[in-house]
Every structure is written in structure tokens, then in C-alpha cells.
Design a protein around this ligand. Structure first.
Ligand SMILES: C[S@@+](CC[C@H](N)C(=O)[O-])C[C@H]1O[C@@H](n2cnc3c(N)ncnc32)[C@H](O)[C@@H]1O
Length: 267
């Protein structure tokens, strides 16, 4: 019998490893993204929209996928018990510099290092779509929440076929995205939340013109060259709010914001 030759077969990286690599390169870009007064204004408006759903009197809050911590910093101003978790140490290093003393945890959403039921609110701003088993991710969120807990998410929305196409092209062409990271349809995300035993009480679209022109100066920087960009962003924000509130026109929204509670049967 011939000798068996053993050869090392390179294994493809897991999604967790791929996300850590992707965000290693993205960490400095995020700091740049938030560095202009107009882009800050946009992000602060987005954060305020998400924070407006925090039930009054809430205790501990988890920002799951907190990244470079700009949302967490605003959360901490009103909720000193907020904690940030992210899989990327490089993103968290920026958080640590930006909000010294904040409670930051390097960890995987799929293996949360917290006691079950410890949080009143879990936020996910753009982190769900970076995972592959969405229902498992949402199940972990539910387990982390207390009986009356609330999950508040904002994720890329692909209800609009043009937005879906633009995203698909960008994710394919740019090294700053992972082609496996897909947006959600309204129906799709509600279905995932239902499968993970959440009842969803609020669904709304967020971000049209302000999202495109003010949200990501690292990708589309045109507004930084235009005088009055801060006031233009203010105008876009006001217009976007109107568009996202009108049923047919809300199809223009780039993100979907959901507010969900664990189903009664699971409490
Ligand atoms: C689009 S960024 C959003 C960051 C931040 N929430 C913000 O809005 O600026 C997504 C974040 O999710 C993190 N992430 C991806 N997969 C994760 C996982 N399995 N567990 C925890 N964090 C994860 C990434 O490292 C990244 O910081």
C-alpha cells in the first residue's frame, strides 16, 4: 500500500474571523466618518431616533456591536449603566480612546458573556447583518433581555429594488464590505424576529438623502466640499422624516428601525 501524503488544506476563515479582519481596516474609517460636523449631525439624529424607544426607567443597556463607540457615548450620557460589546478589538480600541472608562467587552454576539436576563434594553445598530445565523443572534439578544426587555435595532433595508441593487454592487466591488452581509426586507426581518420569539411593536424606515449624502463621507464625500453642508444636512433630515412617514414613499428609506419585546410565552 502506498504512503498516504498529508497536505495542509487551507480552511476558509469563519465569518467571525472575516468580520474581525474587515473591521480592523474599517476602524480608522469610522473615526473619519464621524469627524465632520454635518456627518455627526446625521449620526446624532439617527442615534436620537433609536434612543427615543428606550422605555422610561430602564436600567442596564447593551450596545451589541458598538464598534467605535460613538452611539455608546451618547447612550452613556443618559444611561450610565450602558455596556458596549464588539467582536472587533480594533473597533473597541477607538471606543476606549473616545469614551475612557466605558465598560467595553470584546466578544461574539453568538456567545454573549452575560448572565441571562440582565439587560433592560439591547441595541443593535447595524450589527445583525454582519452575522450569518440571524435567528441565533436574535435568540441571544432575547436571552440577554429581562422579562420586560426591549430590543431596538436599525439594519440596512432592501425593500427598494434600486437600493438592493446599489448595495449588492457596492458590497461586491468594495473591499470595505463583505458580500455575505445582506440587508433585510421589512417582511424578512419581522419574520426573523418572530422566529426568535419576539413581538415587534414598532417598525419604521430611517434615512434617505441625509443617509446617502451625510452619513458616509468615507464613501461619498461630496457634501464636505459644499458650503453650508451642516444646514443642508438639517434640511435633508427634515425631508427624510417626512418621506419615511409616508407609506409609499418610505420605500426610499435605507434603514429599518424595529422595536421588539420577548413574546409573553417566553417570559
Ligand atoms: C456596521 S458596524 C456598526 C458599529 C456601530 N454600531 C455604529 O453604528 O457605528 C457593525 C459592528 O458589528 C460588529 N460585529 C460584527 N459581527 C459581530 C459579532 N458576531 N459579535 C459582535 N459584534 C459584531 C463589527 O465589529 C462592527 O463593529
Amino acid at each position: 500500500m502506498g504512503e498516504i501524503q498529508l497536505a495542509a488544506v487551507p480552511m476558509p476563515p469563519t465569518n467571525a474571523q472575516a468580520q474581525i479582519e474587515l473591521h480592523r481596516a474599517l476602524a480608522p474609517r469610522y473615526a473619519y466618518r464621524y469627524s465632520f460636523p454635518f456627518s455627526r449631525l446625521f449620526q446624532q439624529d439617527w442615534h436620537a431616533e433609536m434612543m427615543s424607544h428606550i422605555p422610561s426607567g430602564s436600567g442596564p443597556i447593551l450596545d451589541l456591536g458598538c464598534g467605535t463607540g460613538f452611539f455608546l457615548a451618547e447612550l452613556l450620557e443618559a444611561h450610565p449603566k450602558a455596556v458596549g460589546l464588539d467582536i472587533s478589538y480594533d473597533m473597541l480600541r477607538v471606543s476606549d480612546q473616545y469614551i475612557p472608562g466605558a465598560k467595553l467587552v470584546t466578544g461574539d454576539a453568538e456567545r454573549l458573556p452575560f448572565r441571562p436576563g440582565v439587560f433592560d434594553v439591547v441595541f443593535c445598530k447595524g450589527s445583525l447583518h454582519h452575522t450569518r445565523d440571524h435567528v441565533a443572534f436574535l435568540n441571544h439578544c432575547r436571552e440577554a433581555l429581562g422579562q420586560e426587555g426591549v430590543l431596538i435595532m436599525s439594519e440596512p433595508c432592501n425593500d427598494n429594488p434600486f437600493i438592493r441593487l446599489a448595495r449588492a454592487l457596492m458590497y461586491k466591488k468594495s473591499q470595505h464590505f463583505d458580500v455575505g452581509d445582506q440587508g433585510f426586507t421589512r417582511k424578512g426581518i419581522l419574520n426573523l424576529l418572530d422566529q426568535a420569539d419576539f413581538d415587534t411593536t414598532t417598525v419604521k424606515k430611517y434615512g434617505v438623502f441625509a443617509y446617502v449624502f451625510a452619513g458616509f463621507p468615507d464613501h461619498l464625500g461630496i457634501l464636505k466640499y459644499i458650503p453650508g453642508n451642516y444646514w443642508i444636512t438639517k434640511g435633508f433630515l427634515a425631508l427624510d422624516r417626512v418621506l419615511c412617514a409616508i407609506p409609499g414613499l418610505s420605500l426610499l428609506g435605507f434603514h429599518i428601525v424595529t422595536v421588539s419585546k420577548p413574546k409573553r410565552s417566553t417570559r
